[in-house]
Design a protein around this ligand. Structure first.
Ligand code: ATP
Ligand code: MG
Length: 658
């Protein structure tokens, strides 16, 4: 296996020359039009972010922009500043015309369920829930675990916690009882907010039984508040006397209807959120208040070119950082209208997303490459059945987007006239770090383009020196930024070791990248997935994109396995598109296709066909588990694996073959 230390640079084998200028009309009306913004921000990073912080409403102005200790790795932004996140996302809009603007448009999975909450509605509900949480014993600084479906009360719960200064830790509602238990124990949550269940793919997800199993082993939990989403006719649940209370009963029993927003220090924790676990055991990232809110508000405004008339839909779950930053905190701080959808993309049929776009006239759509590849697999008849002329901007996040999927998104969904923002970032970074500013930056399929103003990204070799254009290396960030995670909850040393020890004072992202001759960044995959064939180090992204560029391939994952001759040989796991059948001939065709697209060196030695790839619950490909299978090792941490049967069948196939 290639470890991060065994290479200095990564070779580049893929060339992609297509280039898309922003539509002239788009640029003319864009929120950011001044190309000098990059230089201006770089010339004084602190002044740039200080200007951004003025977007927020502060109870007390800061005394110092940044206090940075690169040795102990402690960053404090807007030192001495006081504010409240729920005040910024809700209260401050009430004194403007936005009071009666739609804040959240919620669509349930059952097609007859929807709700609209204006900012005034949101104010009322956030206050009531905040008062309820207090009356249930929650105080400033207490941690709250949240395990809920995608209903408005989930967003309300986050804001209510923020209002009373209780850091929340949201656990994605697809996680098992063990995963929920481990996260509750790790952050020492005192209260759990959950629901009797939710709808997913036409079925009930039984959250309460899972929550009950988890809290049976979490001594820190004193109270469980359960929202009735499904109701007793759909689903009965078990409540524990003394510990459990229904959300609506607790609300009814609360006399206070409003709560003054707690005055929080800029550096007080806003939330704890665990990473997806693609590369190993999840890490509890701690995000603080002032810097985080500054970062998500500014990036949301500039990258999505937010206008007051926009209907903005981010399809992520609030259980992931994308939902925290770009469903809740960024958009609501900006007074946006946000669409929130409860369920799956194939219910009642495979056109649900496009039906939602048409129904609400969505103008900005933000989704993941994995979804786009699924839509490609399903076919164009589903989007083509709907009027999607309201769309004007598209975004992606979560994994590198293969150029073929990018082109499909551009043509089939964007009809060639909606710029695409491919946004690179992480749970740790809090906000988008590399992305086009859509009115300014021409796009290239597969490139996240340029670091956001004020983000000092670089690509370096193993010694920390910047590498020349078109050489791959470690993607790093050379200056702290306001929204960065401050620590790993309860384990600052792990935070230092993981991100700051290799290049002191510089943040190590763990991803490989190259910069091209125009200064565009191309993500190559994770550094610990890098392949090493005959002394050439190749990122997974390029080989996988070559495979996906074959019309019969829907998705691919590649790994390096030990090989006596070449050091490592490439093994590919491939999912074919609908209508295609696996065969030895198809495997041969794909091997040659890769060789032709990017060179004989990258030709996979072996191709396995599989109906699904092993993915995290956030739908990212887990190559480390494929490596474990290939090397006959005990399979590593699988708690974040979405569907264990996928790995079992791959293991079966692999073992039969070897
Ligand atoms: P863990 O850190 O526990 O292994 P994870 O890295 O999957 O989990 P996230 O923070 O959800 O957890 O994912 C961030 C990672 O997702 C990035 O480091 C990168 O590898 C990938 N990623 C996200 N967006 C993009 C993008 N636009 N292009 C390429 N890669 C991306
Ligand atoms: Mg990560």
């Amino acid at each position: 296996m290639t470890t991060p230390d065994s290479f200095t640079t990564i070779d580049v084998v893929m060339t992609e020359t297509r280039r898309f200028e922003p539509p002239p009309g788009f640029t003319a009306a864009a929120n950011v039009r001044d190309p000098n913004i990059y230089e201006r921000a770089a010339s004084d990073v602190q002044a740039f972010w200080e200007g951004a912080a003025e977007r927020l409403s502060w109870f007390r102005h800061w005394d110092q922009v940044l206090d940075w200790d690169p040795v102990g790795v402690h960053a404090r932004w807007f030192v001495g500043g006081k504010l409240n996140a729920s005040y910024n996302c809700v209260d401050r809009h009430l004194s403007t015309w936005r009071k009666n603007k739609a804040a959240i448009i919620w669509e349930g999975e059952p097609t007859d369920e929807s709700r609209v909450l204006t900012y005034a509605d949101l104010y009322r509900e956030v206050n009531q829930v905040a008062a309820m949480l207090r009356s249930q014993g929650l105080q400033k600084g207490d941690r709250v675990a949240i395990y809920m479906p995608m209903v408005p009360e989930l967003a309300i719960a986050l804001l209510a916690c923020a209002r009373i200064g209780a850091p929340h830790s949201v656990v994605f509602a697809g996680f098992s009882a063990e995963s929920l238990r481990d996260r509750i124990i790790d952050c020492g949550a005192k209260m759990l907010l959950t629901a009797d269940g939710g709808w997913r793919a036409g079925k009930i997800i039984d959250l309460k039984s899972i929550a009950n199993a988890a809290v049976a082993q979490t001594p820190s939990i004193e109270r469980v508040v359960t929202l009735q989403r499904l109701g007793p006719d759909n689903h009965k649940v078990e409540m524990t006397e003394g510990r459990d209370v229904w959300w609506h009963d607790a609300l009814a029993a609360t006399t206070a209807k409003t709560v003054d927003p707690e005055v929080m220090d800029s550096e007080d924790p806003l939330y704890i959120l665990y990473t997806s676990g693609t590369t190993g055991k999840p890490k509890g990232q701690v995000h603080t208040t002032g810097g985080y809110l500054t970062g998500v508000s500014l990036t949301h405004d500039w990258i999505f070119d937010l206008k007051d008339g926009d209907v903005y839909w981010c399809t992520a779950d609030i259980g992931w950082v994308t939902g925290h930053s770009y469903i809740v905190y960024g958009p609501l701080a900006n007074g946006a209208t946000v669409v929130m959808y409860e369920g799956g993309p194939a219910f009642p049929d495979k056109d649900r997303f496009w039906a939602i776009v048409e129904k609400y006239k969505v103008s900005i759509l933000y989704t993941a490459p994995t979804s786009i590849r699924t839509f490609m697999k399903w076919g164009t008849e589903y989007p083509n059945a709907h009027d999607m002329s309201s769309l004007r901007l598209l975004g992606t996040v979560g994994e590198p987007i293969n150029p073929e999927a990018w082109i499909w998104y551009n043509e089939v969904i964007g009809k060639g006239n909606s710029p695409i923002v491919d946004t690179w970032w992480q749970t740790e970074t809090g906000n988008i770090m590399i992305s086009p500013l859509p009115g300014l930056v021409a796009t290239k399929p597969g490139s996240a383009t340029k670091p956001f103003p004020g983000i000092m990204a670089d690509v370096v070799d193993g010694a920390g020196n910047s590498v020349p254009a078109n050489t791959g290396g470690y993607l790093v960030i050379k200056h702290p930024w306001p929204a960065m995670s401050r620590t790993i909850w309860g384990d600052h040393q792990r935070y230092v070791n993981t991100y700051w020890a290799k290049f002191p004072g510089t943040y190590l992202t763990g991803d490989g990248a190259r910069r091209d001759e125009d200064g565009y960044f191309w993500l190559l995959g994770r550094v610990d997935d890098v392949l090493n064939v005959s002394g050439h180090r190749i990122g997974t992204m390029e080989v996988e994109s070559a495979l996906v560029s074959n019309p019969s391939v829907a998705e691919a994952a590649v790994i390096g396995v030990p090989d006596e001759v070449t050091g490592q040989a490439i093994v590919a796991f491939v999912t074919l598109r609908g209508g295609e059948t696996p065969s030895e001939q198809k495997a041969q065709e794909l091997r040659e296709h890769v060789a032709k697209a990017i060179g004989g060196l990258a030709r996979p030695k072996k191709i396995y066909f599989t109906a699904e790839l092993p993915k995290t619950r956030s739908a990212k490909i887990m190559r480390r588990l494929l490596r474990d299978v290939a090397e006959g090792r005990v399979i590593g941490d699988t708690t974040t694996l979405a569907d264990p049967t996928v790995l079992d069948s791959i293991k079966q196939q692999y073992d039969d073959d070897n």
